[in-house]
Design a protein around this ligand. Sequence first.
Ligand code: GLA
Length: 385
Amino acid sequence: MQNKYLGMTPPMGWNSWNTFTWNINDALIRETADAMVSSGLKDAGYEYVVIDDCWSLKQRDENGNLVPDPEKFPHGMKAVADYVHSKGLKFGMYSCDGTHTCAGYPGSFEHEFQDAATFASWGVDYLKYDNCYKPSHMDGETLYRRMSLALRNCGRDIMFSACNWGHEDVHNWIQSAGAQLFRSTGDIQDSWESIKTLALSQLDKTQFSGPFCHNDIDMLVVGMHGGSNNEFIGKIGGCTDEEYRTHFSLWAIMNSPLMIGCDIRSMSDATKETLMNPDIIAINQDIECRGPYHIGQWNNPEAVFALVKPMSDGTLAIGMFNLGDKRNEMSLQFWDMGISSAAGIGLEMVNCWTHENEGVFTERYAGQIEPHGCLMFRAKPVKVR
Ligand code: GLA
């Protein structure tokens, strides 16, 4: 490893799966890299352009090497990687710990070292590693360790994105296996129900991630609005812009990687504003990567809660979420964060979505939150007397 800082904070980028699934090709990846730069996403911190499943031929070549589908990628993968790199971005690809990928293409089982060398020769910087068609006599930990070892010995810094959907208590062993991020959930869908279910499923896992190993709650559906070509992910409807803002806020404060899943060549202004909100991104990218703690609203804790993430500059990032279907109040009592007004300490609260400084509060902050909405703050402890 040359880069000691690889994966220090959650990776940010784009992945082809949510919108395009099997329908990927050279032009799409180049146009996406262009859009990453021209839209401002790159300047906002997004770095990786990742091709997911369905990029190869169904058979390896006579030497057992993976072969990019020549119809989808007529210039090969190195040319795609070179183009992505020429934009100042990093390039990611996908394989699987089983004999086949989830969509039925060759997986890397018993080809780990050969495939890692292939990826390195193409200039790959990130590998998402899935868990389908895993031989039942093998445990996942062995297979993820094996690919991690292969990547560490391939001569190139390749970020290792493990994707076993939270199986086999992955949070207990994945950091020592050497992955910089690990998928802890099943696949996201472009619906409010899915966002809510995935976020709630990880609230008790925040202590298992930290710098260099991040809990990946799955790729973002922000801005998709039903635009997937895959029925499972969601072809109709999608979510409202407010729901996408809540989704982005949850993923950010829970320290999930921020991998965009929409078509960034045609984002609406609202989508851009959400994905490029610098105050929310700063919360996600804090170098200490401390997990947030959870404070439920006393009279409605299932639907309404706050997540509080201590930041490295001594401020607190505070998200207040209303996952319920009615407008609800969240009253955040400062005592629950260990802040006593008797000690003369208050919080100066800056709203990360309106970007307004709402002033100094003591004892509590009470806000009304729209259904499926949230309030996000950066709060600074201040002496009030
Ligand atoms: C699994 C993963 C998804 C995606 C698909 C590709 O379902 O969880 O994120 O990579 O495979 O087939």
